[in-house]
Design a protein around this ligand. Structure first.
Ligand code: NDP
Length: 321
């Protein structure tokens, strides 16, 4: 089967196509034949070495497809079931073996492509708005990179919860996307000063929570945009990791900072299932629409990484085997 591996840590050029034997599931595992593979920013951290891995490695964490074989002792799934998963390394391939208790069933009315586009990014939005910080009616929230994969889902979920959403984006075209999703205010952070715009919009109060997946470049603006006793959720490094800071800086506003990981919020199978259920309910009700902004053949994964890191993507990106 075709698989894409990172041969060493580095730029997109380290991604190479390889022909690997089809794996067979061991006890407790299922073999999933992929219909679509989800591209995530974390894949670029695995490839670049920011999150170190033993190389060469078939990277990729998310895919949806059909169960082709089950290992001993698996009773969660049967051959033919439509499933998706979002935390097992090795998704950049035509098929992969996955622990049965780390995959979820895809509802009949959800296309597998949507599941592959939504499972990792959508569960991230789920835990960020419902469990990491609990967004409530009346909150004002700031969401960076709002036209991106996680960003688009965050905007819609926060609107559904009754929040006022301030979105940041890096271009006019992305601003239009954020507006269409329902963002109340849109700031182009490549042109405008974010803290001054936040002060203007909130009458000097600041926001209850900042969802910051951009990292290094937005850290200062995020800190300055917080209301008193507000929370800065720094959950990604698209522009590079946030440099060290002194806790004393939080004292200016009695602020909270958290640096969460999805996998700690779906650590048990029960949490995984509950998060999936909440996400599929939001998709099913139409409150959250999943935008597949672009697709690439699996063999062209390198170009997909270049587009994602070059800020040329919107919404979710799929790799098609
Ligand atoms: P996106 O689709 O959001 O792509 C990243 C976006 O970040 C770009 O489109 C761009 O939007 C913006 N950006 C700003 N500065 C830069 C820069 N210097 N280089 C590249 N992009 C930049 O990716 P994902 O939806 O896959 O992920 C979003 C973030 O969420 C990532 O940081 C990811 O690591 C994080 N994440 C964290 C999880 C966790 O558990 N902690 C789980 C899932 C995702 P624009 O042009 O508008 O600025």
């Amino acid at each position: 089967m075709l698989a894409i591996q990172a041969v060493r840590a580095g730029g997109p050029e380290v991604l190479e196509a390889v022909d690997l034997p089809l794996p067979s599931p061991a006890a407790g595992q299922i073999l999933v034949r992929h219909q679509a593979v989800g591209l995530n920013y974390i894949d670029t951290y695995h490839r670049s070495g920011l999150y170190p891995l033993k190389m060469p490695a078939v990277i990729g964490l998310e895919a949806a497809g059909t169960v082709e074989a089950v290992g001993d002792g698996v009773n969660r799934f049967q051959v033919g079931d439509r499933v998706a998963y979002n935390g097992t390394m090795g998704a950049y391939a035509e098929a992969a073996v996955v622990p049965a208790d780390r995959a979820v069933k895809v509802p009949a009315d959800v296309p597998l492509e949507i599941a592959a586009a939504a499972l990792l990014k959508g569960m991230t939005a789920e835990f960020l708005v419902r469990r990491c910080f609990h967004v409530k009616h009346g909150h004002t929230v700031l969401i960076h990179a709002a036209a991106g994969g996680v960003g688009q889902i965050l905007v819609q979920w926060c609107k559904a919860l009754g929040a006022t959403v301030i979105a940041t984006v890096g271009s006019d075209a992305k601003a239009a996307i954020a507006r269409d999703l329902g963002a109340d205010h849109v700031i182009d952070y490549s042109q405008e000063d974010v803290p001054s715009r936040i002060a203007e919009i909130t009458g000097g109060q600041g926001v209850a929570v900042v969802y910051d997946g951009v990292g290094k470049d937005t850290w200062d603006a995020s800190m300055k945009s917080l209301a008193k006793r507000a929370t800065l959720v720094t959950f990604g490094n698209a522009s590079g990791p946030v440099p060290p800071f002194a806790p004393l800086e939080l004292g200016a506003k009695s602020a909270y900072v958290t640096r969460p990981r999805l996998f700690d919020y779906i650590a048990t199978t029960q949490e995984l299932d509950e998060s999936a259920e909440a996400l599929f309910a939001m998709i099913g009700s139409g409150a959250v629409k999943i935008d597949i902004g672009q697709t690439f053949p699996l063999a062209e994964t390198r170009a997909a990484h270049e587009a994602l890191e070059g800020r040329r993507t919107t919404g979710a990106t799929l790799l098609i085997p």
